[in-house]
Design a protein around this ligand. Structure first.
Ligand code: PLP
Length: 376
């Protein structure tokens, strides 16, 4: 059997190993140690002084952002539908209700026009939403000019789920800095990883201090354990931060590699009728975390499922786009505003292997599967 090609795999070198050894030798594996602060500082430096709390997942970061915005039982939160369930699950942890919004075709992210209409409708029914969550899908920034205006017009705070978009930007402004809160994920297959982990960013220092406090079970600074409120076990451990600190130093290289993987796919497949890519709108810069294509069966004669199976038969992993959350059984009772754009993207889309260490010959193997299907 030919070598397995994964969808997205982390790459480590001696720096991560040295840092881990350092943490072990210092006996600091848990929730204190120099790497936690070091990793936070490294993120803050890269993100123009945005205050940062590193946490044990991106999901935790979204949960804390919602809590700090005062989202509570019965509140409604506008949320991009085309995303991983972790974007919306924390809304339900607070007893609040996600209201799902469709995508637009230019970025595959939340459609500003549909969002604006949906908010007007919710307001007219006496249900002003408490927050908006946008996503930067597969590394592509959402349309923040318009989203920012909507957030200001209706005075509804924006949370930017940039879990997949570390290093992406619009006109040089970095993803993770567009909302009142930005979040990152450092899960195993993300552009940088800490094994499992996440970060919460805000320009508001007080809010980040509060997030840090809540992330350590809301423990008071006292001689014995005192808790004035209920907190969470959400802080990052020193081992994960040790890996993260080594990884973030190489972020530019990782982005460069993923972008070049994407560009190779474009070169290889651009003349194949019925296969299209997500171009960057002017001024947009994607980290190209996952290279994704859309397949028009009426032109190619095959579907995304046909290609997924053919790749699998050659020991190559690929993946559907996220199944829109308004179509998930777990969210079947939630409201949805849109015109089936996200469903159409889901029906046609496929994420191709995108690891930074993917070789040209790996990509040639992948492209051959596509051309064999086309020539069938
Ligand atoms: C869009 C999106 N949001 C949120 C998350 C949650 O991050 P985590 O897995 O670190 O909890 C992920 C990744 O897993 C994601 O892709």
């Amino acid at each position: 059997m030919a070598k397995f090609i994964p969808l997205s795999t982390p790459v480590f070198d001696k720096d991560e190993k040295e840092n881990i050894l350092d943490a072990i030798n210092a006996g600091k594996l848990a929730t204190s140690g120099k790497f936690i602060e070091g990793f936070e500082e490294a993120i803050q430096q890269r993100y123009h002084g945005m205050h940062t709390a590193v946490l044990n997942s991106g999901t935790a970061a979204i949960h804390l952002a919602l809590k700090l915005l005062g989202v509570d039982k019965g509140d409604e939160v506008m949320c991009q539908s085309l995303t991983f369930c972790a974007t919306a699950n924390p809304i339900t942890y607070l007893g609040a209700l996600p209201v799902f919004v469709d995508s637009e075709v230019g970025t595959w992210n939340i459609c500003p026009e549909t969002l604006s209409n949906a908010i007007q409708d919710r307001v007219s029914k006496g249900k002003k939403p408490k927050a908006i969550i946008s996503v930067d899908l597969f590394g592509m920034p959402a349309k923040y000019d318009a989203l920012y205006q909507i957030s200001k017009t209706y005075d509804i705070p924006l949370i930017e789920d940039a879990a997949e978009a570390m290093g992406s930007s619009i006109e040089g402004k970095l993803c993770g800095t567009f909302g009142e809160f930005g979040i990152f994920s450092f899960n195993g297959n993300k552009i940088i990883t800490t094994g499992g982990g996440g970060a919460l960013l805000s320009s508001n220092q007080e809010r980040i201090e509060k997030a840090k406090y809540l992330s350590v079970q809301a423990r008071e600074n006292y001689k014995y354990y005192v808790h004035k409120e209920v907190g969470f076990n959400y802080c990052m451990n020193n081992m994960s931060a040790a890996i993260g600190l080594a990884q973030i130093a190489k972020l530019d290289h990782k982005i460069e590699r993923r972008r070049s993987v994407y560009q190779n796919y474009v070169e290889f497949l651009k003349n194949f009728d019925g296969i299209t890519f997500l171009d960057e709108p002017t001024g947009f810069y994607s980290n190209r975390w996952l290279s994704s294509i859309l397949i028009d069966k009426t032109k190619t004669g095959f579907t995304n499922e046909d290609l997924r199976i053919s790749l699998l038969n050659q020991n190559i992993e690929s993946r559907y786009l996220w199944k829109p959350l308004h179509t998930q059984p777990s969210f079947k009772d939630c409201l949805y505003y849109g015109n089936r754009v996200s469903e159409d993207l889901f029906d046609k889309g496929l994420c191709l292997p995108s690891s930074e260490d993917l070789t040209l010959s790996d990509q040639e193997r992948i492209v051959k599967v596509v051309s064999d299907l086309l020539n069938k």
